[in-house]
Design a protein around this ligand. Structure first.
Ligand code: M6R
Length: 615
């Protein structure tokens, strides 16, 4: 999804902007651009390319890239095809303003028509160009200063935006604003940095401000940060200290972020449980649950809302909460929930799950749930993200920045938090026996070690994966707690290898997908030793009878399904409810290796964005 970077201070802006854009590449994009107010001529220079940020560097040899104030952008096309003209920054008709924008201006057509009637011509198909022309029109026609023009323009805008605008007639100022799209301001010594997230900022400063919805910040050389609302009322920005280091966002010797993140999982889970798991006292404490225990204990039902991988984690959360807390749970795609007629209101607890904390559909679903009177609990990874701020309370998963577009460690972090949430609540409610709780806590404690064992299957999976690069389709089967794992395995494969894959509850196969099975069809079966093992066995036999090629994920010492399967991956045993934390690992590795063998761009797969901040 689009990325914004900005700088104002005394250093050369261009290298900071390019480096910042590269740090945001993981979000996915199709074109990039930069605008600088030249130190030599005092003019506004804009350079844009279709394709990679590296294309912008070619400009270095022949253009004026001087300037200590600039803004830059990576675009992920929504309005208009990916091309140089549609790339940001967009210039205003007067030539004075350049603007970068993330989000969607919903009433851009109405505004465009109005501006066309005033004589404005448009070069691009974007909603963003409408915004810059609107600010230009306000400024020029009303003889206004830049801040006032931005404020008045934003009052006319319906939609979501994070934006940064510079003006060659105000060469010492950047104006930024946000509503429903992410934006961070870094505060250095007499300098400011802007980023869609903290990754372009972190190497310069750890002091940041996250502007709230409807706020405008004025970044002026040599002056303190000023924040106002749309009515120009001065606000007091809260400066926060980032707890993120550069090492956390670099590859650390791995060929891809995705592989690094898969291998980080034991440590991430440890971080996620730190201070929350108290095995000797036989308790697990998520403070947000304890703080709001009455609301949660008395909930008539839980509704989990999320998208993609987070939705899969939600399906596991449902089983955990129903199993141990005996509270009914429904799991909804946030994008459907926000437009559905779901009955939701007081007495409901909505759990919103999101790695990025910026997913537009999830954010909108949260707002709807709050409006209707539900209590909203967030499970996020990105600290200070929009969702973590929009929810009433919540728990972070603490797995560190996830850069690879395909979500891996966030999934296991989400499942771990959901397990802790269910256990905390079950203990408070008295719906779990002490011995059961103790057994699960002991298993959670040793889980990082078991994950390391699961990761030892990497080499075997790498060579196995090579065999399956021929496939155009895959089926993934699982039951119970492992059914969402099958869905997640299929999603991982689709996303990065572009092989079509379907996840199914194993017993549902006979109601349709079984027709697809022949000797060409790889069928991945998640068949660890649990209460549904015998049931799954008959599903596996049905695949075998049709000559499907079975890749089975089994428990150590398995002697039955491993005899039937063509290929086997053995995992350490754990309690059934925690199975997904192990079984998902070989599926992540398999998707990764198949994509690598096929020569795909693993960390930035085509058409996908890391954080989906548009509807
Ligand atoms: O940041 P979120 O968890 O809200 O993102 C939700 C989905 O966009 C995300 O999980 C997506 O499906 C990933 N690419 C999956 O790998």
């Amino acid at each position: 999804m689009c990325g914004i970077v900005g700088y104002i201070g005394s250093r050369d802006a261009y290298p900071i902007l390019i480096k910042g854009l590269k740090r945001l590449e993981y979000r996915g994009y199709d074109s990039a651009g930069v605008a600088l107010i030249s130190e030599r001529s005092a003019h506004l220079n804009v350079y844009k390319v279709k394709g990679k940020v590296s294309g912008l560097e070619a400009y270095g040899e022949r253009e004026d890239l001087s300037g200590t104030i600039g803004i830059a952008h990576t675009r992920w096309a929504t309005h208009g095809e990916p091309c140089q003209v549609n790339a940001h920054p967009h210039l205003s008709a007067s030539g004075n303003l350049a603007l970068v924008h993330n989000g969607i201006i919903e009433n851009y057509n109405v505004l465009k028509e109005k501006l066309q009637k005033k004589g404005y011509l448009f070069k691009s198909d974007t909603d963003t160009e409408v915004l810059v022309q609107l600010i230009d029109y306000m400024k020029e026609s009303g003889k206004l200063d830049l801040l006032t023009a931005v404020r008045l323009a934003l009052k006319e805008v319906v939609g979501a935006y994070a934006l940064a605008v510079i003006d060659q007639t105000y060469p010492d100022e950047i104006i930024v604003a946000r509503k429903s799209s992410p934006l961070v301001i870094g505060i250095g010594e007499h300098e400011f940095f802007i980023g869609s997230d903290a990754s372009p900022i972190i190497e310069y400063t750890d002091q940041v401000v996250y502007p709230e919805d409807g706020e405008i910040a004025i970044l002026s050389k040599g002056k303190p940060l000023k924040v106002v609302d749309l009515s120009n009322v001065a606000l007091d920005p809260e400066v926060q200290t980032l707890e993120l280091n550069l090492g956390q966002i670099e590859k650390g010797g791995y060929p891809h972020f995705m592989l690094k993140e898969i291998f980080e999982q034991p440590e991430c889970i440890q971080d996620c449980m730190r201070g929350r798991l108290h095995v000797e006292e036989n308790e697990v404490i998520l403070s947000a649950i304890i703080d709001h225990k009455d609301k949660l204990m008395n909930a008539k039902r839980f509704i989990i809302i999320a998208c993609g991988t987070s939705w899969h984690a939600g399906l596991i959360g449902r089983q955990l909460i129903e199993h141990y807390c005996r509270i009914p749970v429904q799991v909804e795609y946030a994008s459907e929930f926000r437009y559905s007629h779901t009955v939701v209101g007081e007495g409901d607890v909505v759990i919103a799950i999101s790695q990025s904390g910026e997913t537009a559909d999830t954010l909108a679903a949260i707002e709807l749930a709050k409006e209707k009177g539900a209590f909203v609990y967030g499970i996020c990874n990105a600290i200070g993200s929009s969702i973590s701020r929009a929810t009433h309370t919540g728990s972070y998963i603490h797995v560190g920045p996830e850069i690879g577009v395909a979500s891996t460690k966030a999934f296991t972090g989400q499942v771990t938090v959901l397990a802790m949430l269910a256990l905390t609540l079950a203990k408070v409610k008295g719906t779990i026996a002490d011995e059961t709780l103790q057994e699960i806590l002991q298993e959670l404690q040793v889980l990082p070690e078991k994950m390391k064992k699961a990761l030892e299957t990497n080499e075997k999976i790498a060579s196995l994966s090579r065999i399956f690069t021929y496939a155009h389709n895959f089926i993934y089967l699982g039951r119970g707690y492992n059914y969402p794992v099958a869905l997640e395995g299929a999603l991982k494969l689709k996303e990065i290898s572009y092989i079509h894959a379907e996840g199914y509850p194993a017993a549902e196969m006979k109601h349709g997908p079984i027709a697809l099975i022949d000797m060409e069809m790889p069928v991945v079966v998640v068949a660890t030793h649990n209460s549904l093992y015998e049931k799954l066995l008959s599903n596996v036999q049905a695949v075998k009878a049709r000559q499907g090629r079975i890749i089975a994920i089994v428990s150590e010492g398995d002697e039955v399904i491993s005899e039937i399967a063509d290929y086997c991956i053995e995992l350490p045993r754990t309690v059934e409810a925690l199975d997904p934390l192990l079984t998902t690992i070989p599926l992540q590795l398999m998707a990764y290796h198949i994509a690598v063998w096929k020569g795909k761009n693993v960390d930035q797969p085509r058409n996908l964005a890391k954080s989906v901040t548009v509807e």
